[in-house]
Design a protein around this ligand. Sequence first.
Ligand code: ADP
Ligand code: MG
Length: 635
Amino acid sequence: MAVEPECIVGIDLGTTHSLIAFADASGPRVLPDSSGRPLCPSVVLYLPDGHGGVHPIVGWDALAKSQGMTRSTIASVKRLMGRSRSDVEGDLAYLGYRVVEGDHATARVAVPTGTGFPDRVISPQEVSAAILSHLKRQAEAALGRPIQKAVITVPAYFDDAQRQATREAGRFAGLDVVRIVNEPTAAALAYGLGSGHTTADSRERVIAVYDLGGGTFDISILKVSPPAAPGETAFFQVLATAGDTHLGGDDFDRVLAEALFADVYGDESSGTPSNDARMRLMQVARELKHRLSDEPEAEVEVPGSDGRPVQFRMTRERFEALVLPLVERTLSACRRAVADAAAKTGGKALDAVIMVGGATRVPLVRSRVGAFFRIEPYTGVDPDQVVALGAAVQGDLLARKTGEALLLDVIPLSLGIETVGGAVAKLIMRNSTVPAKATEMFSTSVDGQTAIKLHVVQGEREMVADCRSLGMFLLAIPPMPAGIPQVEVSFLIDANGVLRVSAIERRSGRRASIQVVPNHGLTKDEVDRIERDSLVHAREDMTQHRVIDLVASARLDLKWIQDRLGRFGVRLDAPAREHLESHVAAVSAMVAAAEADWRAVDPDTFQRAKEALDRASIRLQELAILDSLQAQSPD
Ligand code: ADP
Ligand code: MG
């Protein structure tokens, strides 16, 4: 068998939806689930297992079963990734579940485990890992081969802790996260910008990526410098980002639902609708919104105040008037980003505007954005899929290691070390490309010091108090007068933005280092525990790989047998033929069951069924061999 190229998938781990995609010579494509759905809702429902534990249900299944299970349904967990409990205080009102404080003030979710048992506390990384595992299985079923490596995207404004948390989630899902890529960079890649495949694409460009999702809005302005010559590197630099972490398509649903409620129940109803009624209204509003993206007018059915169905009609014009203030709010963020970027480009005009996120399907959004930037926005690549497709393109480039278009990302915030008086010495500046390396010499300010504290911080401000603390370690040294020790501090950031800091005192040769585990990430103990847990799942993973392999080979067997049955079946006697056909049916049923859910099939039983099919087809194999021999010897 030919050696297959390495397979690196791309994953858009979104706040509302997540997707997995794969690229090969024929280009990138999203890998849908077994029902053909490309998007997976980023929702995990934790159901009690009856023994004080919980087990996760992911995506569409979680949504379907989540009615009345608000506290067990974890949505928008991306908002909690790598954050502290206090960081997310403002988000709590939007999340229906309990968020508690873990070690180092980190945000954790607490889900019910059934009456009589305490809530189970789960890290955001584990919740995301459940989504990633689900996508991984989906892709393995679609491609018919195991997947180990992935590129995962994050918003451009994600800091170190949030990126680290995303990497951890990947690791917990059994994925080797070969690269973390900014979402706008991925979107640009999906449009082929800067990938160096076209020679026409050889000048520097400034592009805007406008991303309006379910609950978040981001605008990023990027400078794309394509490879100067084949074999050189393309370069994506984030010039500016702005946005609103609580503005998105869901807000469109809300204003629409409010209008609908006022129109249908306005006079008769007193006060606000019940929780259930509100949920239903939001669903209807969303359906209406989606239809109004394609039609100038749409009608939906809602239960009237007397319970009988009422038709509710809305024109696109009225919808646009309702959501215009929301769209205008996105444009004021665009204005800020353009101003920030202009300071760096000298006001260079934009070359392109890329539309990302499901909510950019709304025609008003497209037209207002086009008018604002005075450019026809790019909408050719599906805005739901564009980030995942770009991540897959990056994965493919890494898998093929062409070098032709090795992409460099940049670090979003400067990294430095605390010095005397709480000041910050920056070693690596914001927007440096990764991988990056920097070294600086320091000394002591007090006589006879026997330990030097190295405090690693991230941020643009001059004082430690205004920056974010990433970690701290001590370097023990022999006592010397102030100013005599020569401490060389090195920062090394790998291609994934993970930072290693080391320090060596030159006179004594003493050294110490840390790999930065941001304060808002997991503790060592937690990582150990989660890795232990993932070992428990290793068996399950192996079973899954076996089933996937069996499906692939059974499909080939079935194809061969069915083809030969068509040609030589008539030469089999009736009982032999029936016998073989019953085995074909049995194995086909197992393949179908395994494709729907690999857990439904026991690999040993599957294996035995395959072997039985093989035995039942021996006569057919002989007939096929005879036939090919006769074809070779002309008689
Ligand atoms: P995220 O990046 O936050 O995961 P998505 O890009 O999946 O979000 O966007 C989800 C939003 O897009 C939802 O509010 C959804 O209603 C909206 N959306 C999806 N399709 C359409 C459509 N055809 N018309 C209008 N809005 C849409
Ligand atoms: Mg998105």
